[in-house]
Ligand binder design. Structure first.
Ligand code: CO8
Length: 373
């Protein structure tokens, strides 16, 4: 069977940072405005006043200290609370394709590839900017790639699921070198006016080059030993925003239809699923979890990752066994485990084993077992 390697990764990092303090200040100003507006209804017991958010809660409950965003002013404007992007004409590259092309070029440079070497582009992300033409096809054009491109969405597991599709395409002979790219503009589909989730997400884009081992020339390569995907339906993380909304005549005052979750339930249900999934995957390849040198896990919650690692290998979690990027990037949906892999490959030597693993909405879990060549 054709051996498959990851031969390069790339990262687009947005220009702006929002600290927890800035975020909380904006939310609290918004809450104050709402409470003033609804003072009569609140006094009459018809409405509940909004309670303030706070930095200590956010850091303790999630491990997040800041997030990167493409546009900051709109998010922090208490009268607005979402980013301010200018609509682009059709003859200009679209925003998702622009950040994807940036990350892609960096990954291609790391892998020693040009656009002409790429014959498959998978744009895998939790939300697409539009229905069609596929973002992947626009990215394919922007980087001068050949072959084909398509979009796919498995929420936070989009990247790992795409790496499996890329590896399968290479093994089946339908592609030689596939770009997997994960533009996550989470700031535009987060309800920043919801205290329960306003702190969770950040923007970013990651890119991964997956290719046949016999064409790879990069100085650093990671053989894909196996991939394993699983899904199980859950309503605990949903985004109901979609093309049917305008036909459904729903309540205009209802909460934004974008991201919402039952965070506690997600935490409880996904941790054991993820740990069991990784263990089963390693077992299929005759490895014990303790044989793994590094786990690049999905970055949603510090406590989740600590528990997953504890279940797998016992002992305390540190950045050497499971690096954390959540503190600086927040949850970046499908890109989280790939950022961890991109930024924290130091200290591993040829022959070392690693696991890239995502978990999130669906539920969906995807693991990629790699060995450094
Ligand atoms: N400030 C102060 N207090 C707060 C705040 C706040 N901002 N928010 C909630 N509280 C209060 C609550 O009101 C509650 O008070 P009380 O006890 O009086 O009722 C108390 O704090 C505890 O609240 P929670 O139970 O909600 O708090 P948790 O300790 O469970 O922490 C977390 C909340 C951090 C959300 C946690 O549950 C968690 O991380 N869960 C896992 C989430 C997860 O992994 N989700 C995956 C989602 S990502 C995904 O799959 C991709 C989606 C696509 C991307 C979408 C991009 C927009």
């Amino acid at each position: 069977m054709t051996r498959v390697v990851i031969s390069g990764t790339g990262l687009y990092q947005p220009p702006h940072v929002i600290s927890n303090a800035e975020l909380v200040e904006a939310y609290n100003a918004y809450a104050e405005l709402q409470n003033q507006k609804n003072a009569a209804a609140i006094a009459a017991g018809e409405m509940v006043a909004l309670t303030p958010s706070n930095v200590e809660f956010i850091e303790k409950a999630s491990g997040i200290k800041q997030r990167y965003v493409i546009e900051k002013d709109g998010v922090l404007d208490p009268q607005r609370m979402y980013p301010r992007f200018q609509e682009r004409p059709d003859d200009q590259i679209s925003l998702m394709a622009e950040i994807a092309a940036d990350a892609a070029r960096k990954a291609m440079a790391a892998a020693g590839k040009t656009g002409a070497d790429i014959d498959g582009v998978l744009c895998a992300a939790a939300n697409m900017q539009r229905a069609y033409p596929a973002m992947a096809v626009e990215i394919q054009q922007a980087i001068g790639a050949g072959g084909y491109g398509f979009d796919m969405n498995v929420a936070c597991s989009s990247a790992t699921f795409a790496i499996e599709q890329a590896a399968n395409a290479i093994r089946a002979g339908s592609a030689k070198c596939v770009l997997v790219v994960n533009p996550e503009i989470t700031s535009a589909h987060l309800e920043w006016r919801d205290r329960d989730c306003h702190f969770i997400f950040g923007d970013v884009c990651t890119a991964v080059i997956v290719e046949a081992a016999d064409t790879a020339t990069a100085p650093e390569q990671w053989e894909v030993l196996g991939t394993k995907l699983v899904t199980q339906f859950s309503n605990n993380i949903r985004n109901n925003f979609g093309f049917l909304n305008r036909s459904e005549d729903s309540d205009p005052d209802a909460r934004d239809k974008t991201f919402r979750q039952e965070g506690r339930k997600v935490f409880k249900e996904v941790v054991p699923m993820a740990a069991a999934h990784i263990e089963a995957h390693l077992q299929q390849l005759s490895f014990e979890p303790t044989a793994v040198r590094r786990f690049w896990l999905h970055q949603a919650n510090l406590g989740m990752n600590q528990l997953v690692i504890k279940k797998l290998v016992g002992g305390e979690v540190n950045n050497d066994i499971a690096p954390l990027i959540l503190d600086t990037y927040a949850n970046t949906a499908s890109a989280g485990s790939v950022i961890a892999f991109h930024e924290h490959r130091e200290g591993l030597k040829a022959g070392d084993l690693g696991v890239i693993c995502s978990f999130g909405a669906g539920y969906s879990i995807g693991s990629v077992i790699v060995r450094k060549l």
